[in-house]
Write a protein that binds this ligand. Structure first.
Ligand code: DX5
Ligand code: ZN
Length: 241
């Protein structure tokens, strides 16, 4: 056990010095919309342009009706970038697989509250692995579902689409949950939105109080991803400043 924790630590030391607890408005480009045949090039382009957080959408074809990629892809990418690996587990058994993802170099593990009856145990397990912990809510899941763990997580992710696919339409009905959480979370806790974030929707998300914006289509499927990312950031910062 001691040996395995040492391994985890040395893996983590190779990744970013980025501190999730530092307040700020940020874009987290989602790898799901990158070109899977040229991941290193796509990731380097946004890292060189200043992106600090890379959003990794892991799907198991069970909790969500789609399969994306798993820990081997993340481990390979870990050797090619210093970005903070923000891992969105859309999988049925997050506690069972969390260690594999932390070993692969993930800095944060976000699990879905809908997948477990023992959220505190999942939070404690991920934290014991040495990673930051996030919890995600599907569009119709109320904030009350995370009441017991609200103070113990580093990040809350409000889904603004049904998880499973990129390129869906933003669901504005979730914005009141973001407003409620903004009042309740501390300055060290991030409030993330994911799904349908683009130039037309990011202002509403920022106004509601989100500070970490996942964007897949609106970054990687644009002619110039670094420029697209910079434009999103500018809109979000102009709203929140
Ligand atoms: C959806 C994923 C998202 C997805 C967002 O299940 O969690 O992170 O990549 O894609 P866009 O930005 O295209 O809606
Ligand atoms: Zn995601």
């Amino acid at each position: 056990m001691e040996q395995s924790m040492t391994t985890l630590k040395s893996e983590r030391e190779r990744s970013s010095q980025f501190d999730l607890a530092t307040p700020g408005i940020r874009i987290a480009p989602s790898l799901l919309s990158a070109d899977f045949a040229r991941l290193e090039a796509d990731v380097s382009a946004i890292e060189d342009a200043g992106a600090e957080v890379l959003h990794l959408d892991v799907m198991d074809g069970h909790f969500v009706p789609n399969i994306s990629f798993g820990s081997p892809v993340i481990a390979s990418l870990r050797k090619r970038t210093k970005m903070y690996f923000d891992t969105h587990l859309m999988i049925a058994e997050p506690k069972r697989y969390a260690e594999a993802f932390v070993k692969a170099g993930c800095d944060n593990i976000t699990f879905h509250i809908e997948t477990t009856d023992e959220p505190k145990a999942v939070v404690d397990h991920i934290r014991a692995l040495g990673a930051n912990v996030g919890v995600s809510l599907n569009p119709t899941t109320p904030v009350s579902a995370i009441e017991d763990i609200l103070e113990s997580v580093d990040l809350v992710l409000i889904m603004s689409v049904w998880p499973g696919f990129g390129g869906q339409k933003f669901i504005a009905d979730v914005l009141p949950k973001v407003e409620e959480l903004r009042q309740r979370l501390g300055p060290h806790q991030r409030l993330q939105m994911d799904g349908g974030i683009d130039r037309n929707t990011i202002a509403a998300a920022a106004e509601a109080g989100a500070d970490l914006f996942v964007a897949g289509t609106a970054v990687f499927r644009q002619p110039d991803p670094p420029v697209a990312m910079a434009e999103l950031l500018e809109i979000a910062r102009s709203v929140r400043s």
